[in-house]
Design a protein around this ligand. Sequence first.
Ligand code: ASP
Ligand code: MG
Length: 454
Amino acid sequence: MIVVKFGGTSVKDRAAIERLIEIVGRTDAPVVVVSALAGVTDRLLGIAAEAAAGDIDAASGNVRALRLRHHGVASVVIDPVLRLTLLAELDREFDELDRIVGALAVLGEVSPRWLDAIAATGELASSRIVAAALTAHGQTAAWVDARTVIVTNDEFMSAAPIADRTNAAIRTAVEPLLAAGVVPVIGGFVGATDRGVTTTLGRGGSDFTGAIVGAALGASEIQIWTDVDGMLTADPRVISDPHVVPHLSFEEASELAYFGAKVLHPATIQPAVARDIPVRILNSQRPSAQGTLITATRSSNNRAVTAIASKTGVTVVNITSTRMLMTHGFLRRLFEVFERHKTVVDVVTTSEVSVSVTVDDRRRLPAIVADLSEFAEVSSEGDLALICAVGDGIMTDRAFAGHLLSAVDGVPLRMVSQAASRRNVTIVIAAADLPAALNRLHDQFFGEHAGVKA
Ligand code: ASP
Ligand code: MG
C-alpha cells in the first residue's frame, strides 16, 4: 500500500480536490492523509487569539466565514444525499468550534489545550470532505478519526505520538478497510491523549502523520503531494534555472532543510526513514513530473553536490580573546551567552584566538555583545549571506574544494566551514555578493559541463 499525503494547497478548493481524486484513483491501495484547506490553520489560530482578547464578534464572524468556505468546497460532492450528510458533519464540527470559541471569549483566555481543540477543526473538516468526495466519485472511502489512531502525550501544540499504541491503533482501524477495498482517509496534524483529549503534532504536522501511518502499515512508499515540483538545486528566487533534485538521502534533506529549503521538514519523515520507506515529494498540479525521492541512503550519482541552500539576513559575531581562548571552559562560557539570550547559532568557525558564529535572529544582539564583552573583544557584522553546498558525494570528490573556490574567486569570504561529516560546506559572504556567487556555483556544479568527477 501507498500513503498519499496532500498538503493544504492540494485540497484548497474544489478543483484541487478533483485533482486529488484523480491521483488517488491511479494509486495502488492508497491510504489518504490530508492537511487542512490552505490557510485554514492560520485562520483558526487567529480566531483563538480573538477569543483570548474577548473579541467575540470578530471570532464568531471568522468561524462563520470558515464554515461557509468549507460548505463551498463541499460542492465537490455532487450526489445530493452524500452532500447533505457531509454538510451535517461539517456543521457539527463548526457548531462545536462556535461553542468553544464563545466560552473562551467569555473567559478571555485560551490555554494550549483549547488552542489544539480549535486548530484540529481544520484537518477534521478537510478529511471529512475528502472522504465524501472520493466516495461520491466512485472510490468508496471511510473517514478515520485521527483522534482514535494517533495516540499522543499531552504536550499540547507539539504532542509526541506514543509509538506502540499509535501503531496498533492504526493497524486495527486501517487494515480491515484496505482488505475490503475501501480507501481510508485520515486528517493529518491531529491526535488525542489516551483519555481522548484532542492534541496536535505541531505546525506542518500532517507530513508527520503521513510518515507515522506509512511506518505503522509498512507502506511501500509515502507520497507527499504539494504545490512545487520537489526539492530544487538552488533557490529559484536567486537562480533562474534550478533543476529538481531527483533523489537525495535523508541526511542531505536534513542539511538542506536546516538552511532554509522549506519543502518538507525532514524530522517529520523520521518514522518512515527509520523503517527504510521511500518518501516522494510530488506536485499535485503537475502529477506527471517525477518529483524528488528521499531515501535513507542513496547510490552515488557522480555529482559531488546535490543541492545548494542559501539564505540572507545572516549576522556574524566575532569573539576574540588572546587571554582566554585556549583555556578550557571558554567555549562553554561563550555559548552560554547565546543560550541565555535564546538565540540560535548556525555556523561556527574557530581559530587560535577567535571564534566566529552566525546568527539569524538579531533581536538580542546588543545584549549578547554586551555579555560577551565582559570576557572577550567582540564585533559583529550584518547584511551577510550564507551559501551551503550539500552532497553525500563531497566526501569522495578530490576536486570539490578546487571547484568551489574557483567558482567564488574574487568574492571575499567571511567564513568557511566544513564539518567532519563532509556532507556540507558553508561559506559566508556579503549579501550583495550572493546572486553572482550562487549563480557561479550553480553553473559550476549543475551547469552543462558539471557533474563529472575528477
Ligand atoms: N494544517 C497544519 C499546519 O498548517 C498542519 C499541516 O498542514 O501540515 O501547520
Ligand atoms: Mg503544510
